[in-house]
Design a protein around this ligand. Structure first.
Ligand code: NDP
Length: 323
C-alpha cells in the first residue's frame, strides 16, 4: 500500500511516499481502508520532531474509511462497517490497523470526507467549549485563528450557545469566513493590535475566555484581554510554543486568571466520552448546526504540499488527504 512516512524529522520535504505492506490486525485491532485522512497541525509537530515519535512512522492521526479485516477479539465492528477515528498515528496511508476501541461508526448521511474532517478538530472544539471552559450564553469569547480548522468550528459552537464571539484572523478572506461562521466581531491581528481592539470592543471589561491555538504570538496579549477570573485555554502553538509562565505576574496580578493547556486525548479517554463527543458532532452536522469547510482536498502523495500550505497560513477550515 502507499503511505507517507517520516524517516527523519524536519520540514515538509521529509514526508516521503513509500510502498509498505498492508498491516495485519492484532487481536484487538481492525484494519481500515482509509478513504480520507485529516491533516492537522499536530501532524506538523510530529513531523518536525517537536513531539517525539519512534522513527520511521507514518504521519497523521485522523481518518475515516471502511473496515476490511478484524482481529480475533474484536466484536464492536465488522468487515464493511464505515468508521472514523482520531489520535492513532498512521492515517496518511491507504490502510491502517487501529485498536477497535478507538473506532466510532459513521452514521448514514455523513460522508467519509465529512467524518474524517470532523473527528479531531470537531471533538477538540467540542471539549474546549463544553468541558474545558463551558462557555455560557451571554459570555464573550475570543477565538484566535477563527478561520482555521478548529477555529471555524469553535466560532459556530460558541454562536450556537448564544455567546458573543470575537475572532482573530490573518487576512480579509479569513475575516469573511469567520463572520459567515457567526463571529460577531473579527480582528485582523496581522494589521490591528488585537489587545487594544478586544478591550475597545468590550468597553475595557475584557473577555471571559480566550481559546488560543496560536500560542507564541498571541498568548501574552491574550492574558491582558481577560477579565478578572477569566480563563486562558491555550490549546496549541501554531506560531510556536509559549515562554515559561510566571504564575504571580501573569495569572495572579492580571486578575486571578486560570490557565490550562488541554489535549484532546484526555477528553476522549473513555469509550463513553469518545462516543458522546463524536455522536454530538455527527448529530450537529446532520442537523445543519455545524458546517464543515472542506475546500482543501489533496491526494495522498501531495502531503508535503498540504503541510506547506497549512504552516504557510494558506488554508482555511479542514484539509484532507484522499487515497
Ligand atoms: P488551523 O487550520 O487553525 O491553522 C493554523 C492557523 O493558525 C493558521 O491558518 C493561521 O491563521 C494561524 N497562525 C497564526 N500564526 C501562525 C504561524 N506563525 N504559523 C502558522 N499558522 C499561524 O490549524 P488546526 O485547526 O489544525 O489547529 C489549530 C491549533 O489547534 C493548532 O495549534 C493545533 O495544534 C491545535 N490543536 C490542539 C488540539 C488539542 O487538543 N490541544 C487538538 C487539535 C488542534 P491566521 O492566518 O488566521 O492567523
Amino acid at each position: 500500500m502507499r503511505a507517507i512516512q517520516v524517516k527523519k524529522t524536519g520540514g515538509p520535504e521529509v514526508l516521503t511516499l513509500v510502498d509498505v505492506p498492508i498491516p495485519k490486525p492484532k487481536a484487538n485491532e481492525a484494519v481500515v481502508k482509509i478513504a480520507a485522512s485529516g491533516v492537522n497541525f499536530i501532524d506538523c509537530y510530529f513531523r518536525e520532531g517537536r513531539y517525539p515519535a519512534a522513527l520511521p512512522f507514518i504521519d497523521g492521526q485522523e481518518a475515516a474509511g471502511t473496515v476490511t479485516e478484524v482481529g480475533s477479539d474484536v466484536k464492536s465492528v465488522k468487515v464493511g462497517d464505515r468508521v472514523a477515528y482520531s489520535n492513532v498515528m498512521g492515517t496518511y496511508a491507504e490502510y491502517a490497523a487501529v485498536p477497535a476501541e478507538r473506532l466510532v461508526r459513521v452514521p448514514d448521511g455523513i460522508t467519509d470526507q465529512q467524518a474524517a474532517a470532523a473527528m479531531l478538530q470537531g471533538m477538540t472544539a467540542h471539549y474546549l467549549i463544553n468541558t474545558t471552559y463551558p462557555l455560557k450564553k451571554g459570555e464573550t469569547a475570543l477565538v484566535h485563528a477563527a478561520a482555521g480548522g478548529v477555529g471555524l468550528l469553535l466560532v459556530q459552537m460558541a454562536r450556537n450557545i448564544g455567546a458573543r464571539v470575537i475572532g482573530t484572523v490573518g487576512s480579509e478572506e479569513k475575516a469573511r469566513l469567520a463572520r459567515e461562521a457567526g463571529a460577531d466581531e473579527v480582528i485582523l491581528y496581522s494589521q490591528q493590535d488585537f489587545e487594544a481592539e478586544t478591550k475597545r470592543l468590550t468597553d475595557g471589561k475584557g473577555v471571559h475566555v480566550v481559546y488560543d491555538g496560536v500560542g507564541q504570538s498571541t498568548f501574552e496579549k491574550g492574558l491582558n484581554v481577560l477579565r478578572p477570573r477569566g480563563h486562558m485555554v491555550l490549546f496549541g502553538a501554531a506560531s510556536g510554543p509559549v515562554a515559561p509562565v510566571d504564575p504571580i505576574k501573569q495569572l495572579m496580578q492580571k486578575g486571578s486568571l486560570t490557565l490550562t493547556r488541554p489535549s484532546l486525548i484526555h477528553y476522549v479517554s473513555t469509550r463513553e466520552e469518545l462516543e458522546q463527543r463524536a455522536g454530538d458532532i455527527f448529530n450537529m452536522i446532520a442537523a445543519g448546526k455545524l458546517k464543515l469547510r472542506i475546500e482543501y482536498v489533496y491526494k495522498l502523495e501531495q502531503a508535503e504540499q498540504a503541510h506547506r500550505d497549512l504552516e504557510g497560513r494558506k488554508t482555511t477550515g479542514k484539509i484532507l488527504l484522499v487515497t
